[in-house]
Ligand binder design. Structure first.
Ligand code: PLP
Length: 369
């Protein structure tokens, strides 16, 4: 198929997984494969991780979890989204783990038990400062009490989520962790049986190693990028995705030619303009055109003018590139290296946004070298 390709290097994913494991000293990892494995393809990514021994996965929606189950993922799968009547019974049937993030969620589970005698596994989410989903700190004791005396609810875990773990100033994250520890103390005092206590994510692995607890939820580092530039680069990470697209035509233009929508780019000499078949509808970061480049045969070439929906233009200067050959848009591979972190920094974005945007007509090609 002609068009953009996301070449997914599963061998690099596995390399990163082992790098992280080595770094955290044996604490089990819950590998986060939500949003189609951060744009890398949830099913092949989870399958490759399962082969390496991963037994705990996390996604956001029930549908994402079901897709993993339907494709041979047998380990635990936690879904991060708000519980809903609509899927609790199916989750129980598929052994998918849900979260309790509001007191009303307990009623959903009690109702399910009354009707069906089914008890999906659940983790209790405490809001320590993200202010998104989660039981407010002041309600934690009551909720734990209620769960303690509700055998109809199978609560095996308790967790919270950092808002600023990947930032240089760790004071807010530390405060969040201290509050969570207070909740854990309450649970301990009650002798509430908890199998998994978890808080840490990619940023915390690097910035707050003391927050590891029983399980670490890791996403971004697996895919080979750092969550921000305010974390120490302690791991030998390899970018898993190599995003490329073909040159479909090249035209020589004279000095003073306007290129693409809005006439924002005017050639300052006679030059070769290549048309690359990939646009913002395929997930190419549109703002990158202002100051951005692609890599062709190991060399940088400027993006010329606004990125279009389906195509982008590149100023190759004196070089006449080969039609049909690929340019590297993001990642690392045979064409060169252009990391998501660099693009993100330039356009005020992050690898999280850049990776998960990759889609549209992009074909994912999985390689395991
Ligand atoms: C609740 C939760 N835990 C863990 C993660 C993984 O974070 P990271 O990719 O920074 O490791 C995410 C990702 O957004 C998340 O929403």
């Amino acid at each position: 198929m002609i068009g953009p390709k996301a070449i997914i290097h599963l061998d690099r994913l596995i390399h990163n997984y082992h790098e992280i494991k080595k770094h955290v000293g044996g604490v089990p990892l819950m590998t986060v494969v939500k949003a189609n494995g951060y744009g890398h393809g949830a099913v092949p990514v989870a399958q490759a991780l399962q082969k390496e021994g991963v037994t705990f996965f996390a996604v956001f929606t029930f549908e994402e979890a079901k897709e993993l189950r339907d494709n041979g993922i047998i380990g635990d799968i936690l879904i991060f989204s708000r519980m809903n009547h609509e899927f609790v019974e199916a989750a129980a049937d598929l052994n998918i783990t849900l979260i309790i993030s509001h007191k009303e969620d307990i009623e959903i589970l009690l109702d399910l038990f009354q009707r069906t005698h089914k008890r999906p596994k659940v983790h209790l989410k405490i809001d320590t400062g993200m202010s998104r989903l989660g039981i407010p700190l002041e309600d934690a004791q009551n909720i734990l009490n209620k769960l303690m005396y509700s055998p109809e609810v199978d609560c095996e875990g308790i967790y919270s989520h950092f808002a600023t773990a990947d930032e240089g100033d760790q004071s807010y994250a530390k405060q969040q962790f201290e509050q969570f520890v207070e909740v854990l103390k309450i649970a301990d005092k009650m002798e509430f049986p908890i199998k998994y206590r978890h808080f840490s994510n990619s940023g915390a692995i690097l910035n707050l190693p003391e927050t590891k607890l029983d399980l670490i939820r890791v996403g971004m580092l697996l895919y080979g990028a750092y969550p921000s530039d305010e974390v120490p680069r302690l791991l030998d990470l390899k970018p898993v995705m190599e995003f490329v697209a073909p040159i479909v035509t090249v035209r020589k233009v004279t000095k003073g030619t306007f290129i693409s929508y809005g006439g924002k780019y005017k050639t300052d000499k006679e030059t070769n303009i290549g048309v690359i078949q990939c646009g913002f509808a395929d997930g190419f970061p549109r703002p990158w055109y202002v100051d951005g480049h692609v890599i062709y045969r190991g060399k940088k070439f400027k993006i010329a003018g606004r990125v279009c929906m389906d195509q982008l233009l590149v100023d190759f200067g004196d070089k006449i590139p080969e039609v049909g050959e690929n340019v590297l848009l993001m990642g690392d591979g045979e064409y060169g290296s252009l990391l998501a972190e660099e693009i993100g920094k330039n356009i005020g974005s992050t690898p999280y946004v850049l990776f998960t945007a990759i889609g549209g007509r992009t074909e994912r090609v999985f390689v395991n070298e």
